[in-house]
Design a binder for this molecule. Sequence first.
Ligand SMILES: Nc1nc2c(c(=O)[nH]1)N[C@H]1C(S)=C(S)[C@@H](COP(=O)(O)OP(=O)(O)OC[C@H]3O[C@@H](n4cnc5c(=O)[nH]c(N)nc54)[C@H](O)[C@@H]3O)O[C@H]1N2
Ligand SMILES: Nc1nc2c(c(=O)[nH]1)N[C@H]1C(S)=C(S)[C@@H](COP(=O)(O)OP(=O)(O)OC[C@H]3O[C@@H](n4cnc5c(=O)[nH]c(N)nc54)[C@H](O)[C@@H]3O)O[C@H]1N2
Ligand code: SF4
Ligand SMILES: [Mo]
Length: 716
Amino acid sequence: MQRDKFYQEIENRTHPNEKLIKTHCSYCGMQCGMHLRVNTATNKIIGVEPRYDWPVTAGKMCPKGVTAYQQTNHKDRLLKPLIRDDASLKGTKKGFREASWDEAYDVIAKNFKQQQEKYGKDSLAVFSGVSMTNEKCYLTGKFARVALGTRYIDYNGRFCMSSAAGGFLRSFGVDRGSTLPWTDIHETDCLFIAGSNTAECHPTSMFRIWNVQERGGYIIVVDPRETPIARRADLHLDLKPGTDLALANGITNLLIQNGYADEDFIKKHTNGFEETKELVKEFTLAYTSEVTGVNQEKIIRAAEIYGKSPNAVVMFARGIEQQHKGVDNVSAYTNMALITGKIGRPKSGVATFTGQGNGQGGREHGQKSDLLPGYRKITNPKHVEEVCHVWGIKQEEMPGPGVSAYEMFELMDQKVIRGLYLLCSNPAVSAPNLNFVRQAMKKLDFMVCSDFYLSESAEFADVVLPAVTWAEDEGTVTNLEGRIIKINKAQEPLGDSKPDWQMQVELAERLGKGKYFSHLKTAKAVAEEFRLASKGGNADYFGATWDKIDRQDGVFWPCKDENDQGTPHMFLDKKFYHPDGRAKICALPYRPPAEEPDDAYPLRLTTGRVVYHYLSGNQTRRIEFLRDMCPEPFVEVHPQTAKIYNIAHEEEVRLFTRRGEGKFKVKITEAIRKDTVFVPYHFGHDESINLLTIAALDPISRMPEFKACAAQMEKL
Ligand SMILES: Nc1nc2c(c(=O)[nH]1)N[C@H]1C(S)=C(S)[C@@H](COP(=O)(O)OP(=O)(O)OC[C@H]3O[C@@H](n4cnc5c(=O)[nH]c(N)nc54)[C@H](O)[C@@H]3O)O[C@H]1N2
Ligand SMILES: Nc1nc2c(c(=O)[nH]1)N[C@H]1C(S)=C(S)[C@@H](COP(=O)(O)OP(=O)(O)OC[C@H]3O[C@@H](n4cnc5c(=O)[nH]c(N)nc54)[C@H](O)[C@@H]3O)O[C@H]1N2
Ligand code: SF4
Ligand SMILES: [Mo]
C-alpha cells in the first residue's frame, strides 16, 4: 500500500491557510470523489484534490473535473436577479437590469398569479434538470404540484435517461441504472458496451474496463465510430446508426441457437422467452448483417464471447437510448443477460452509463411529468395518497400527469403553456429541432430562468434568478451505480446568489403557499422531508441518512430503514419487481430510424460529446483550458466521403437537414463510417447541431432521436 501512503501524505500536507472539503465532481454520473481546496483566509475555493480513498474512482479525475472548481468564483457568475423591462429584446442577452430579490419575487408572483387566473393553473410549466441534488429535484416536483398547482413539469433527463428508465421498467419492473456496483465491473469476464463513448464521457471508468482485458477478459464495443474504447476493444461492431435493435435481436438469436440460453433461469425467473425466441429467428446472420452493416464474422464472435464468458456485464449509453426506439433497444440488449441468466449475481448484470451527475436520483423523485417521490405514479391513487399525506394536501389537489419535455415546447407553440419556470437546463442548445424550440420559447408571455451563468436559454427570460454552483450548497446525489452520496458546501454563496430550494420556499410564500414550504429552512430540512416522501416507494431512500452515507462511502437504494445497509447488488434473490417476481424477456420487432437517408439527404447524422465539454457547454465553454482544447464544433467525415464532396481537413462545410443548417469545420477521420457524420452538440446560437436534429420521439420514453437523422453537406 505504498501508493495509499503517498496519497495520505499529500492529504496531510495541507497547505497553511487551506482546508479540504470532501465532495464529488459537479458534472457526470461518475461523481468522482474529490476535495475542494478552500483558502481559510478568504473562504474561497482555490482548487481541487482528487480523493484516492473514494472506492468508485480511486483518485481518478478527467479534464472537466480538475477544472470544475473554476466555476464558482468565475467572472461570469450571476450575482443578482435580472429583470428585463423591454420584451422586444427577448432572445438576446440585452435589456436586463439588476434587481433585488424582493423585486424579482414580486414580478414573478404577480405574473404567475395573473396568468393562472386568466388561463388556468396549467398555463404555467416547470422545466428542470438533474445537475441538482436530490433535495432540490424533490422540492422542484413539490413546488410545481403544490405551489403552482400545474400538471406541466418535466426535465432534461427526458433527453437523457428516459429510454433506459423505460427499458428497465419493462424488463425488470424497476429502474436502477446499474444492477451491480462499479467496484465489480473490472472483475467480470466480458463487457459488452453499446453506444457509449466511455473514454470521453465516463473516463474514470476506464481503469476498470482495461482491467477486464488485462485479466484476460473481453471487451466488445458497438458504435458507428471507432471511439478510443472501440480502438482497443477485442471486437468493434461498427453498425449503422439507429440499427441496434436488429443487432441485439441477431445476437440473441445466435445465443439461443448456439445453446447459451440458461433454461433453468428462464423457466424460474422470466416471462416472454418463447415469443422472443420465435421473433428473433427472423434475425438470421445474413439479415442482421444487411440491416446493421456489421460483418457476419463479428456478429458470430460477439455472441460467442458473451455466451461463453462465465460472468458478463451488458452496458450501454445514449448511443442506443437516444433513438425513437430507445426503450426497445434497452430491452433488447437486456434480453441478452436475461436469456443467459447473467444477472442477479456479482460480476454479472446490466448497466447504463447514467449521464448527468444526478441523472439517477433526479429521475426518481417527481420531476418527471408522471412521477412522484420514490418512483410513485401520479396516476396511481394509492401512490398519490401516500405523497399527499407527506405534503399535507388533499388528493383532489394533486394535478394529473403532464407531458414530456419536448411536448411542452409544442404546447408553448400552441399557447396552451404561456409561462415557464426553467431551472438547471439550457434547452435553447440541448433540445432537438431548435428552430422550433427557440420560436416556442419566444412565444411565452412570461419566463423565469434560474442559472448561475447567463445561458442561451436565459436570453429568452423575463426574469433571471442567480443560482449557486454545486460547491455552495449541500445535499445528496445518486451516482450511476445507484449509490447515494453527499455533496458538501465549500464556500458561502457568491454575491446574492441562492440555492434553488431556497428560492422555491420563498416564492411559495409569495404565492400564498407558505404553509407547505416555510418549515424548509435548510437543505437538511428538505432532506428529511424528502426521505420520508420516498419511504415505501421502489426508490426508497428513507434509511439513507447523511450519517450513514458518510460512514459507508454512500448508500445504495433501496435502503428502507436505520438497520438496512442498502442494496449494492440488485436481484440477488432473483426477485424482479414485476408483480409475479419475474423479469420480462421482450419480443421486439425491428423498426428503422424515423428518417432514413435518401437522394436529397444521403448521410446519417449522429451527435454526441467530446471529453472537454459538458452538455450544452454553458459551464465548460467558460473554463479557459477546456475552451482552448475544444473551441468550436466540427463535423467528423470519413476520408473517402470527403473525397466525394471534394472537401479538405479543417475546411468549412454547410451541413443541413430538413429542419435546419449550420457551418462546421471538417475533421477528416477514419474513425467513422463512410455513410455517417458526427457533430458534438456543446455549442450555442448558430453553432448548435440541434438546429438540424429531429424530434422523433420514442413512443414510451418520449426520448428524441438525437442519434440518427438524414443530412447533406456542401462545400462552401
Ligand atoms: N465529456 C463529457 N462527458 C459526459 C457528458 C458530456 O457532455 N461531456 N455528458 C454526460 C451525460 S449527461 C451523458 S447522457 C453521457 C453520454 O455518454 P455517451 O452516451 O457515451 O455519449 P454520446 O457521445 O452521446 O454517445 C455515445 C456514443 O454513441 C455512438 N452512437 C451514435 N449513434 C449510435 C447508434 O445508433 N448506435 C450505437 N450503438 N451507438 C451510437 C456515438 O458514436 C458515441 O460514440 O455522458 C456524460 N458524460
Ligand atoms: N444533439 C444532441 N442533443 C442532446 C444530446 C445529444 O447527445 N445530442 N444529449 C442530451 C442529454 S443526454 C442531456 S443530459 C441534455 C442536457 O441538456 P441541458 O439540460 O441543457 O444541460 P446543461 O448544459 O447541463 O444545462 C444545465 C444548465 O443549468 C445550469 N446549472 C447547473 N447546475 C445548476 C443548479 O444547481 N441550479 C440551477 N438553477 N442551474 C444550474 C448550468 O449552468 C446550465 O446552464 O442534452 C441533450 N441534448
Ligand atoms: S469523469 Fe465525470 S465526475 Fe469524474 S471528473 Fe470527469 S466529469 Fe467529473
Ligand atoms: Mo445526459
